[in-house]
Write a protein that binds this ligand. Structure first.
Ligand SMILES: Cc1cc2nc3c(=O)[nH]c(=O)nc-3n(C[C@H](O)[C@H](O)[C@H](O)COP(=O)(O)O)c2cc1C
Length: 282
């Protein structure tokens, strides 16, 4: 029997394929992830969730961590916060909910997140980064990863330093969006930076930013040597890209309707964390 060869590993977890659906708040929910996975995504992330929403009582944000009852493994749960102990508490809680990997967001540029020291605001606090990854890698069973930007602004591009701190403290993968906080989504993503990161760390790297076509997937890989290519905006309305099909190549046969399946619903009002665990999602 032919056994497929993993493209890379996140700690002990084999990943088959090199296209990854970006975490996208308000978009990367269960149905969209399921469609992207069906069309070829090797890995995908939940929308990000603030740690304070996870350590308190049930609330609607818990829904972001719903998982499809079949076929979402490996599943990355993404969280953000500005306090290492709180991040650990939240991560320990959601580890039991079906996370195969827990990812820390060090890239969100929205002021209400970054200016409170979370998201890309963490990149200005190397000690917090070290403490967070040290605690999580010591106390969780699942691998811990992080997604970052180049830095706070043009003058403070410290992604190499921060990525090294993450890895030295147990991060099993680093994803880099090649823009600074001040660029937000403007300008061009810096693929040279992704190449430098790949050269400097000994864990898999996901390159991210401005991948819109199949040719871009191949160009980013060739340019940087990255292990996987993370695709965000270009996947919206175009999940075929995750399966390396450009819109122009689509035939009527490939536009077959997606069969609806149910997700595992995490009640935002009643279910205790242990009741949320799905049998197939870990
Ligand atoms: C609507 C939207 C929501 C996003 N939400 C998240 C998020 O929750 N977590 C995260 O790490 N990045 C988030 N991002 C950033 C993307 O994951 C990605 O890094 C960025 O869009 C660059 O990739 P792209 O050029 O392929 O879109 C978001 C981006 C968009 C456009």
């Amino acid at each position: 029997m032919h056994m497929p060869t993993p493209t890379f590993h996140i700690h002990h977890l084999p990943i088959y394929g090199d296209t990854v659906l970006s975490p996208m708040a308000a978009y990367s929910d269960v149905p969209f992830r399921a469609i992207c996975r069906q069309f070829g995504a090797a890995l995908h992330y939940t929308e990000f969730v603030p740690t304070e929403a996870l350590i308190g009582d049930p609330n609607p944000l818990w829904r972001r961590l719903d998982v499809h009852p079949a076929g979402e493994q490996p599943m990355v749960f993404q969280i953000f916060g500005n306090d290492a102990q709180q991040i650990l508490l939240a991560a320990q809680r959601i580890e039991a909910w079906g996370a195969d990997i827990i990812d820390i967001n060090l890239g969100c540029s929205v002021p209400k997140v970054s200016e409170k020291g979370a998201g890309v605001g963490m990149m200005r606090q190397p000690k917090l980064v070290a403490e967070t990854f040290r605690l999580l890698s010591r106390h969780l069973r699942v691998p811990v990863t992080g997604k970052l930007r180049l830095g706070w602004d043009e003058a403070s591009q410290n992604y190499l330093e921060i990525a090294q701190i993450m890895v030295d403290n147990g991060a099993a993968l680093v994803a880099l969006h090649g823009r600074t906080r001040s660029q937000k989504y403007r300008g061009q993503a810096d693929w040279d930076a992704i190449a430098k990161l790949k050269q400097s760390v000994n864990v898999p790297v996901l390159g991210n930013g401005d991948v819109r076509t199949v040719a871009d997937i191949d160009r980013l890989k060739a340019h940087t040597g990255c292990d996987g290519v993370m695709i965000g905006r270009a996947a919206l309305g175009n999940p075929w890209l995750l399966g390396r099909i450009d819109r122009e190549q689509l035939t009527l046969g490939k536009l077959r309707p997606f069969s609806a399946t149910t997700s595992t619903k995490r009640s935002a009002t009643t279910a205790p964390p242990t009741a949320c665990k799905t049998s197939t999602a870990t």
